[in-house]
Design a protein around this ligand. Structure first.
Ligand code: PEP
Ligand code: MG
Length: 560
């Protein structure tokens, strides 16, 4: 291992933290064409021992888990000891499967039966597959897949992390995230920022860092220092303090230096986020990503379940706005219960509103639940659709929202077509919110998951800024407020540019609000407009970023 080495990636969630590395093992697949066992009896013994090893590990974890996790882990250990599953694996071995293949095939056959039974059984399929993946790894002598149980504050290092893994990390113990792959607007990056966990993606050879190595992660600079110098740790501590002192002075509603109001709102992904954001100094919610609530659900949530969840989300925002986005399923956020089958290019396929149009009952149930939750609380609920491209889509959605008894219907602008034609797309809706993550992906024809193309996805790309300007201009024709809820809203310098372009509100991970509020308070609206002109006249993303940084107030740039 190299000492005092720093690896540079892309910082996607700010802040810094230092601790020992815990590596997340990728799921192990049975080898292709795994040979049939030479000694079937020995192979049966090996497979049974692999299942038992999984069961013992799950029991051990259950013993140390809280009251929510323990029963789940115990139930999973019982699955690993299920004689029916053992019998199915034994039959596969006798039929000529190798040990890992036999486990995988037996589990898949069981999963299909569970799915067919529906209800409680269907909900256990994800657990069953997890038990299977662990048994396959055990049979192959590989580490168990997924995030291992954390026993001390640790830096989580992975090739990439699934959004569901990021969402369930214990944030007291997962102090930073480092991935070798991943993009700046991947949903894993967003969840990390959401949860206030410093994160750096695209770190070269991250998976080769030995477990237990002490590293310092700087989510602002995008750096991971391996076995860092004490001086670096001290410098990080000093910067953390200076920034905290500057931000402590930033309170109240979002206002430019000359008093132009720009509501600062939270992006949230569920009840826990809402309860945490509710008491914070922000003006409401600008994006509730409802699909985040259901990432692990195997069956569609009922009307009652949804009403209960949305009521809990709205309750902390009595008297404030809560902008809810209907399910944005598909692409990198597949929902098991809203799956229309494989697609060649899921980001260009039936995701977001397109999927809702194919499954209108799912949308209507969600709208009904939202209306009930809005009535039960004093929150100012507004509902918008993801991935709107045309006037017809916008109007179809708005009519369904209003038919459900909800008062304000909006659309997200994240497809360039909707931005370019926003004058017409927004004519019959109440508000719009620009999703700069997807807008960058579709404007630059660059998969937001493709971390190696991150430069093209830079939200400072002048073309993306031009498309945002077009969206604002269309909204202005009908006085329809156009906000931004993509990651760029949380970048203090870019936020100034957005306001200069005419953006009416900014929604971001709550942890990013204070720096954006400070940025606004230091610049007048006219200065924001000048920064927008500077950004738009630049030829490259880097030039735009540097020129705006140079023109912004020192009191801001010295803490960024
Ligand atoms: C966006 O695309 O910018 C957005 C806010 O939606 P999501 O990141 O969830 O796709
Ligand atoms: Mg989007």
């Amino acid at each position: 291992m190299l000492v005092h080495e720093t690896r540079t990636g892309i910082g996607v969630s700010g802040g810094s933290a230092a601790g020992p590395v815990v590596q997340v093992a990728p799921p192990a697949a049975p080898p292709k064409d795994e040979p049939a066992p030479a000694d079937v009896d020995a192979a049966i013994q090996h497979v049974l021992e692999s299942f038992e090893a999984v069961a013992v590990e799950l029991d051990t974890r259950a013993a140390g888990a809280d009251e929510h996790a323990a029963p789940i882990l115990t139930a999973n250990a019982m699955m690993a000891r299920d004689v029916g599953l053992h019998g199915a694996a034994t039959d596969r071995l006798k039929a000529g499967d190798g040990p890992a293949t036999a486990i995988k095939n037996a589990v898949e056959a069981y999963a299909a039966q569970f799915e067919a039974l529906g209800g409680y059984f269907a909900e256990r399929v994800a657990d069953l597959r997890d038990v299977g993946a662990r048994a396959v790894a055990a049979a192959l002598g590989l580490p168990a897949p997924g995030v291992p149980p954390l026993t001390e504050p640790s830096v989580i290092v992975a090739l990439d992390l699934a959004p569901a893994d990021t969402a369930t990390l214990d944030r007291e113990l997962a102090i930073a995230i480092v991935t070798q792959a991943g993009g700046r607007t991947s949903h894993t990056a967003i969840l990390a920022a959401q949860r206030g966990i410093p994160a750096v993606v695209q770190v070269p050879d991250a998976t080769s860092i030995e477990p237990g190595t002490f590293v310092a992660v700087d989510g602002d600079a995008g750096e991971v220092a391996i076995d860092p110098d004490p001086a670096l740790l001290e410098a990080q501590r000093v910067r953390r303090e200076k920034r905290a002192a500057a931000l402590a002075t930033s309170t109240g509603p979002g206002l430019t230096a000359d008093g132009h109001a720009v509501p600062l709102l939270a992006n949230i992904g569920g009840v826990a986020d809402a309860e945490e954001a509710g008491p914070q100094d922000l003006e409401g919610v600008g994006l509730f990503r409802t699909e985040f609530v259901f990432l692990s659900a195997t069956v569609a949530p009922t009307l009652e379940e949804q009403t209960d969840i949305y009521t809990k989300v709205f309750a902390p925002f009595e008297g404030r706005r809560v902008v809810v986005r209907t399910l944005d399923a598909g692409a990198d956020k597949p929902l098991a219960f809203a799956d229309l089958g494989e697609e060649e290019n899921p980001a260009l396929g039936r995701r977001g509103l397109r999927l809702s149009q194919a499954l209108p009952d799912l949308l209507d149930t969600q709208l009904k639940a939202l209306a009930a939750a809005a009535n039960a609380t004093g929150a100012d609920a507004r509902v918008m659709a993801p991935m709107v491209a045309t006037v017809d889509e916008a109007e179809w959605f708005a009519s369904r929202v209003r038919a459900a008894g909800l008062k304000k219907a909006g659309v997200m602008i994240e497809v360039p077509a909707a931005a370019l034609r926003s004058e017409h797309v927004l004519e019959n809706v109440d508000f719009a919110s620009i999703g700069t993550n997807d807008l960058a992906q579709y404007t630059m024809a660059t998969d937001r998951m493709a971390g190696e193309l991150s430069e093209l996805l830079d939200p400072w790309q002048p073309a993306v800024i031009d498309v945002v300007a077009a969206a604002c201009a269309g909204g202005a024709v009908h006085d329809v407020p156009v906000g931004v809820c993509g990651e760029s809203a949380g970048d203090p310098l870019l936020a100034l540019v957005l306001v200069g372009l005419g953006v009416a509100s900014l929604s971001m991970a709550p942890s990013k609000v204070p720096a954006v509020r400070l940025a606004l308070s230091l610049h007048t609206l006219e200065e924001c407009r000048e920064l927008a002109r500077i950004a738009r006249s630049a030829r490259t993303a880097q030039d735009a970023h540097e020129a705006v940084r140079a023109a912004a107030k020192d009191a801001l740039t010295e803490i960024l």
